[in-house]
Write a protein that binds this ligand. Structure first.
Ligand SMILES: Cc1cc2nc3c(=O)[nH]c(=O)nc-3n(C[C@H](O)[C@H](O)[C@H](O)COP(=O)(O)OP(=O)(O)OC[C@H]3O[C@@H](n4cnc5c(N)ncnc54)[C@H](O)[C@@H]3O)c2cc1C
Length: 419
């Protein structure tokens, strides 16, 4: 790639991933973060397998627990137990995980400037100026990944309304005495959303989210009731909350020199409010669009809008309609999960990202961007170990990638590989 200057705003999963991939591709990257790191962020920290191929090993090393068992609960339906190792959710502590992603970007060559908020981005035909409280920086391109709400994107006329906006609250509490530590609980007695119990390393994260609730106090009370129903005392934790913009924004997601990623583009899913994997994926799409521009394959960055919608839109659109259908009758929806093998498989697909539309890297183009390599020396039969730079295993031994992987040169199989 022609050497270019890139500024990335925000060290969440989207910004840190974009910064790392751009630096790996040879760009001179400056990564601005408003807060001093590590930065606590309200988040349940449940990471599905979808973006695993784009998570560097140091960040994977922060995983505190892999949860393969999920119990679905609702008032009028007996509890449904699911045990699916291929859809295991990795539980991370958000601040540590995002710090590891950011450190990986710095190791790849990005210059990290934390506690330095970006105040303004001004575009011109030849690039952009980025102003912080300390200086103005000239750059060729800007990736805005400053989360929700993005004042910077709005000032540029980018983004706009998210298709759906949920309010979510969470707190850390001790493990529930009567629950196994290997099982997550999702309770759907919440209009327009659900409450969760996620067991981590030495505590649990308990939270609630709803796209139909705008009143934080009412949602807080529901969260307290849910915690008590698990035998927990909500006064033992501190509640934190934030909005989750979901289903992509309706306005433009890029201009000639600026691309949006993560919550700034509303990439979280409308059903579960899952945002980490999608933010990582969108950061990779942003880095890929910038590379295409730097390689003179596209005239400017506006095509990022279509590329991001093509990459995530089908999955997010499908989950939007599932959300609306479940809203009509959550009882019917859960009974369908209970009695229909096909619907259970579709749910596993949605979580694990096994195949389209949820297998988001169907053609393996993004995992290739993170320079995974198939290591020929360790191939045997249809099985292979995937290595990055040959130095360490990124995915478990025995991983075969997915059947859909085209095996592009340097490709290691797809992110949705579920060895
Ligand atoms: C309560 C709650 C629970 C959730 N639980 C889950 C879950 O279990 N699993 C899941 O997948 N998703 C979950 N999500 C969603 C997930 O947290 C987000 O979708 C995800 O963090 C989006 O990542 P991002 O990189 O786009 O933005 P963020 O993680 O918000 O990062 C944006 C970064 O930009 C920085 N920033 C902001 N303004 C500026 C500026 N002007 N200059 C420089 N830096 C700036 C911020 O400080 C921040 O570090 C949850 C969300 C909430 C609110």
């Amino acid at each position: 790639m022609r050497t270019i200057d890139a500024v990335v705003v925000g060290t969440g999963p989207a910004g840190a991933t974009a910064a790392r991939l751009l630096a790996e591709q040879g760009a001179r990257v400056t990564l601005f973060e408003a807060h001093r790191l590590p930065r606590p962020k309200p988040c349940g920290g449940g990471l599905t397998p979808k973006a695993r191929g784009l998570v560097p090993p140091a960040a994977l090393a922060t995983v505190e627990r892999r949860v393969e068992r999920v119990e679905l609960r609702a008032r009028r339906v007996p509890p449904i137990q699911l045990h699916r190792p291929e859809a295991a959710v990795a539980m991370v502590e958000r601040a540590r995980f995002a710090l590891a992603l950011t450190e990986a970007a710095a190791t790849a060559g990005a210059e990290l400037r934390d506690a330095e908020p970006v105040l303004e981005v001004v575009e011109d035909p030849l690039g952009a100026w980025v102003a912080t409280g300390r200086e103005r920086v000239r750059t060729d391109v800007v990736v805005i990944a400053d989360g929700e709400p993005s004042r910077l994107a709005r000032a540029l006329g980018l983004g706009g309304q998210a298709r759906q906006l949920s309010l979510a609250l969470e707190m850390d509490l001790p493990f529930a005495p009567a629950l196994p530590t290997d099982t997550a609980i999702l309770s759907f007695d919440v209009p327009g959303g659900y409450a969760w119990y996620f067991p981590k390393g030495d505590h649990a994260n308990v939270g609630i989210g709803s796209y139909r609730e705008r009143d934080g106090i009412r949602l807080h009370r529901q969260l307290e009731r849910f915690a008590r129903s698990l035998g927990l005392d909500p006064d033992d934790g501190r509640v934190r909350g934030h909005w989750i913009p979901q289903g992509l924004r309706r306005g433009p997601l890029a201009s000639t020199r600026v691309v949006l990623a993560g919550d700034t583009a509303a990439t979280a899913d409308p059903l579960f409010g899952e945002g980490i994997s999608y933010a990582i994926l969108s950061g990779a799409v942003a880095a890929q669009t910038v590379k295409l521009w730097a390689d003179a394959e596209i005239p400017d960055l506006r095509g990022h809008d279509e590329r991001l919608r093509r990459a995530l839109g089908p999955a997010l659109g499908r989950l939007h309609w599932v959300t609306r259908a479940a809203d009509v009758s959550i009882t019917a929806a859960l009974l369908a999960v209970r009695f229909s093998g096909a619907i259970r498989e579709a749910a596993v697909d949605a979580i694990a990202g096994r195949r389209p539309p949820y297998g988001l890297d169907h053609d393996c183009s993004l995992a290739c961007a993170c320079r995974l390599r198939r290591a020929p020396a360790v191939r045997s039969g249809t099985r292979s170990t995937l290595r990055r730079g040959g130095a360490f295993d990124l995915l478990p031994t025995g991983c075969t990638g997915t059947a859909n992987c085209r095996g592009t040169a340097g490709c290691a199989g797809s992110m949705s590989c579920a060895a």
